[in-house]
Design a protein around this ligand. Structure first.
Ligand code: CMC
Length: 395
């Protein structure tokens, strides 16, 4: 059966045509709709970035205002959601909760979830972008036993998320502008990354004509894995482990384990299928890390020091150099999130929240493409030749 090209891991197969995100892996460049990520992260906020990814152009002031107020109007979730949430154990992983909650949204909007109807797609997009922070914060509050905080519409997208995460009803919560800006930047840096595993999952899932909430729930499930979005959690846990073993002095020993092919230990937050150079998001994340730690008076944070030292040693090591392994976005994002106060097991939930807009933009692009078909890969069959079933007594 030589009819099909065999390409495990899609190393050389373009699954679609896209106008959304461009990555030059050799140069370490990332562009959303033609705009360099560095410029977006410096000059725009997350909602402007969402507008850009969805519509192809940055909004002007009027468009931005309209889009923000539309998103703001949809930040609450149906009160029934909290009863669904209550079915989970308190120690459930937030990503287990998120896969359930996002899928469940489809049950609340079943009159407007026809993926082939552009109006339905538009309102579903707004609902998802608006409600993800509410759901992530609810999952967190539930696991720590605190009351849910309703969204506050006068706050920014990131500010409102901080309020829902860290506010309590008995006290006023003051959003720190530096933390708000840092979180907003985390959202921008994670907003899209062309045809990665979770985005391809969303496209494939949506190609069957399922509703947008179900397709995004599939993306959340895929993102959870440690080789993908789960790497931020794994990277921080790795740093904690090295720290526990003795910190900077133990880096050499750890690197030795990583290089040992029988050990199965990876340097988490390093390496990328497409980037064979420094991930531009990692650079921006390291900058943000500096800013946040300085703001909080944590410049001497031993974990940040350890991460920088680990990076330095790896980048000089022949193993990493020859394989072109550089830090990726997840290497520093955990340290920033931890400094903001976000618990480690919620890191991937934050990634899902931010990536939702990318998933939707990609899904909408696919559905709008006149050439789009259901995704249906073929296989090279390597199993048994035809044979006859024997009666059970003769098997
Ligand atoms: N630590 C040690 N060795 C590594 C690492 C690493 N982090 N990443 C790749 N390698 C080695 C790998 O063992 C292989 O060596 P050899 O050629 O001797 O067999 C070589 O480098 C090529 O790697 P690969 O696994 O064939 O590359 P891939 O494109 O299939 O995998 C990856 C890419 C991101 C899954 C992988 O680099 C990895 O597992 N990194 C750690 C997890 C991580 O940080 N993931 C986040 C990715 S960025 C954000 C996101 O997508 O969510």
């Amino acid at each position: 059966t030589g009819m099909f090209t065999y390409d495990p891991g899609f190393m050389s197969t373009a699954s679609c045509q896209s106008t959304i995100t461009y990555i030059d892996g050799d140069k370490g460049e990332l562009l959303y709709r033609g705009y360099p990520i560095e410029q977006l992260a410096t000059n725009c906020d997350f909602l402007e970035t969402c507008y850009l990814l969805l519509n192809g152009e940055l909004p002007n002031a009027t468009e931005k205002e309209k889009f923000s107020s539309l998103v703001t109007k949809h930040t609450m979730v149906n009160e029934q959601m909290q009863f669904f949430l209550r079915g989970f154990r308190r120690d459930a992983h937030p990503m287990a909760i998120m896969t359930g909650l996002v899928g469940a949204l489809s049950a609340f909007y079943h009159d407007s979830t026809d993926i082939n109807n552009p109006e339905h797609r538009e309102i579903s997009a707004i609902r998802l972008i608006a409600k993800m922070p509410t759901l992530v914060a609810m999952a967190y509050k539930y696991t720590i036993g605190q009351p849910y905080m309703y969204p506050k519409n006068e706050l920014s997208y990131a500010g409102n998320f901080l309020h829902m995460m860290f506010g309590v009803p008995c006290e006023d919560y003051k959003v720190s502008p530096v933390l708000e800006r840092a979180l907003d930047r985390i959202f921008i840096l994670h907003a899209d990354h062309e045809q990665n595993a979770s985005t391809s999952t969303v496209r494939l899932c949506g190609s069957s004509g399922t509703n947008p909430f179900a397709a995004i729930a599939a993306g959340v499930a895929c993102l959870w894995g440690p080789a993908h979005g789960g790497a931020n959690e794994a990277a921080l846990n790795m740093l904690y482990d090295i720290q526990k073993e003795g910190g900077v002095e133990k880096i050499g020993e750890f690197i030795k384990k990583v290089k040992d092919k029988n050990s199965n230990v990876k340097l988490m937050g390093f390496g990328h299928r497409v980037y064979k150079n420094y991930d531009p998001r990692a650079k921006l994340m390291q900058e943000t890390c500096n800013e946040v730690l300085t703001e909080l008076g944590l410049e001497k944070d031993p974990l940040f020091k350890l991460a920088k030292e680990l990076e330095k040693i790896a980048l000089e090591d022949e193993y990493f150099v020859s394989r072109k392994l550089y830090p990726n976005v997840d290497f520093y994002s955990g340290i920033v999130q931890r400094a903001i106060g976000i618990p480690v097991n919620l890191f991937t939930g934050i990634f899902a929240l931010a990536r939702t807009v990318g998933w939707i933009a990609q899904l909408n692009e696919m559905i709008g493409d006149p050439e789009y078909k259901i995704g249906r890969p073929r296989q090279l069959f390597t199993g048994s030749a035809p044979r006859d079933v024997k009666p059970i007594a003769q098997r």
